[in-house]
Design a protein around this ligand. Sequence first.
Ligand SMILES: [Zn+2]
Ligand SMILES: [Zn+2]
Length: 253
Amino acid sequence: MTWQPVDCHAHSTHSDGALAVADVVEKARSLGVRPSITDHISRDAPTTVDSPRAVARYLDDLDGYDVLRSGEFCWHDALWRELPPQTVRRFTHRVGSLHSIRLANGDYFRVFHRDLPTGLSPEAYVEAHVSSLEALAGEMPIDVFAHPTLISPSLRHIDPHEFWSEAHEERLVRALRDAGIAFEISNRYRPHPRIVSRAAEAGVRLSLGSDGHSREQVADVAHPLALARSLGVRDEDLYDPTRHGSRTGAFDE
Ligand SMILES: [Zn+2]
Ligand SMILES: [Zn+2]
């Protein structure tokens, strides 16, 4: 069988995606991409999958399709901590996200907000982002860290090579490597090549993610794949839960 890219991160109408599961699957097939459904699973995200019972129903529905079964879990929300192992094993892989970061004073800041807390400098922001990721990596048994460079819209005008110090990039990459979590090359929130290269050189596995919500976006992993290839990463080393396994236990004997 010829190699096909896996889109490890796409949304359906179970959360805030525009397409039904069947349409995500069909769109991916048309692009020669293997699809995943990775809807938000959280009490603090736009989703129908917001309780352990709803997670079981979601997985029951996905069982009806030839699709990888995933979910995007907010680190700052406790729902991922409440799922029993028999539910967790039904996921082919799990994706974790920093949709809120923890600031030095203990407050959480929602990263989609444009207004930064008063006095929070870009340096303090990136420090909070990286320390939150270190905490996430230490406690959250996920396979993929979604959109590793997602930051508040008010900071996106800054050149990422200045916003990200090399020391912060090093810490982010080391946290993922030590935990065995893949770095997502997101097509929606595209990482700068320097940090992806650093991850690849450190031996962190890379994962392709459209983070698609619309028909145009779902399963479009052309840019992430081209970036991985440009760094010399072999196609077969890109994260594929059926090939590389999952911390969910789905593929354990
Ligand atoms: Zn996300
Ligand atoms: Zn997403």
